[in-house]
Design a protein around this ligand. Sequence first.
Ligand SMILES: Nc1ncnc2c1ncn2[C@@H]1O[C@H](COP(=O)(O)OP(=O)(O)O)[C@@H](O)[C@H]1O
Ligand SMILES: O=P(O)(O)OC[C@H]1O[C@](O)(COP(=O)(O)O)[C@@H](O)[C@@H]1O
Ligand SMILES: [Mg+2]
Length: 536
Amino acid sequence: MEAISNKISSSLALTPLPLENSLRRNGFGPVIVRSRNHASRIRKRSRVFAEIPQNQSARRHAGIDFSDPDWKSKYQRDFEERFKLPHITDIFEDAKPIPSTFCLRMRTPVNEQFIDGYPSDEKWHGYINNNDRVLLKVINYSSLTSAGAECIDPDCTWVEQWVHRAGPREEIYFKPEKVKAAILTCGGLCPGLNDVIRHIVITLEIYGVKNIVGIPFGYRGFCDKELTEMPLSRKVVQNIHLSGGSLLGVSRGAPTVSEIVDSMEERGINMLFVLGGNGTHAGANAIHNECRKRRMKVAVVGVPKTIDNDILLMDKTFGFDTAVEEAQRAINSAYIEAHSAYHGIGIVKLMGRSSGFIAMHASLASGQIDVCLIPEVPFHLHGPHGFLRHLKYLIETKGSAVVCVAEGAGQNLIEKTNATDASGNIVFGDIGVHIQQETKKYFKEIGVPADVKYIDPTYMIRACRANASDGILCTVLGQNAVHGAFAGFSGITIGICNTHYAYFPIPEVISYPRAVDPNSRMWHRCLTSTGQPDFV
Ligand SMILES: Nc1ncnc2c1ncn2[C@@H]1O[C@H](COP(=O)(O)OP(=O)(O)O)[C@@H](O)[C@H]1O
Ligand SMILES: O=P(O)(O)OC[C@H]1O[C@](O)(COP(=O)(O)O)[C@@H](O)[C@@H]1O
Ligand SMILES: [Mg+2]
């Protein structure tokens, strides 16, 4: 891929800031001091804000001048602009819509070519109005110190943030018989890929599209001459959701954007559905921009895929639930081993490159974890407040212990590999093995017997079929991807947002990886469940 310009950084600013810099560094511009009391309130707030980890929203709001009485409406206007969905009429101003061919009364297979015009039914109210919106944030935080607070200004002013509701529109910008739709899956595997592919194909057929193909092995399939596109139909995809993996195959690394778009032009693809994570979406957005530059009437629509759940603004990504469920098996085995051994210690490492969601949720769900370690929360292994001292305490008091560690945790404790994968992602050192070795060494040194068992289920948590809740999520996302493309949007992706479904411009959801907020209720719940102290 071309310059990995917006390659995301996972570093969190966790160190407390000097008081005098805190307001400005946290994005708070000059503040009007109204009274002595007010001054002390501001001072207190800024101190509090300086002491809590810099959450992701704080980074977003740098540069706003809160002394401007109009800042809120300016912020909202800017927000609306940022979340405006790119549409093909931005480039083709005279593109005329036609009534949708997606009519819920035409559930039977459509064989006719719509020679007598497109079916429409003015009485049908099953469509989404373009002005429908979904509320992005639903908590009105009254204080910067409220758990998980995502405040824009130091007073935590309530600012409504609306995003575009996903779903079928009454008017569409593509004639189904002129559509050649392509689907690809890219990055690592994720439970539910086949479910999404299946629903994209089924929904395209309901609109009347006949020419649907799968691009094999992600972006690679566009330019590798050995790989041929796979014709797709309801018949082909009917049962694919019964197995895990991807019917189309996945890969990391890619040709350049211009090679991909050249290939799309050659093949006559005018709808591209891209299932992938942060990297794949960055690619999809670059493809969308290149198509615009070449004035190609193409809809590029992403569907976020990652077991890591590290995509911004959405409740969760598909596959995450299933991965958490699968992780339970590993944790349960570790628990049984540890519980049955004399001074047994079970250590489980779970995927999660820069976000600890899988480890946190699996720990919470299992109720068998004594210590959960995630990348977002620094920890020491040694010393009076270190992890190992706590393990000793657990062995003395409980007789056994079970630990869950995310793959990206504690990277500062091990040697860097300096390696990257084909997509440019950093290959981490193995924190699980390191903890296992250090634990064995520590107990040997203090002369306390310990039976350490290490379980790394690696690919087992993602190389499996989606569970029921992910299956439903995949269904809705797949269908909405097609609705978005027919509505004429491009450079967009879809997510579940406070239980509703919304379209987002791609850059808004991938500007950095979503991470567990150490000040969130969920992390606090996890700590309550494990009973672990801070290891710093
Ligand atoms: N910043 C980027 N711009 C364009 N393409 C990218 C970018 N980062 C990754 N890609 C491409 O996206 C694909 C998948 O990226 P990867 O990080 O492996 O998986 P994921 O999409 O799951 O994050 C790869 O083919 C990679 O080359
Ligand atoms: O070995 P692979 O296939 O590169 O995948 C490992 C990575 O895949 C993941 O599960 C998900 O990563 P992606 O979202 O980039 O696919 C990470 O947690 C893990 O680091
Ligand atoms: Mg990624």
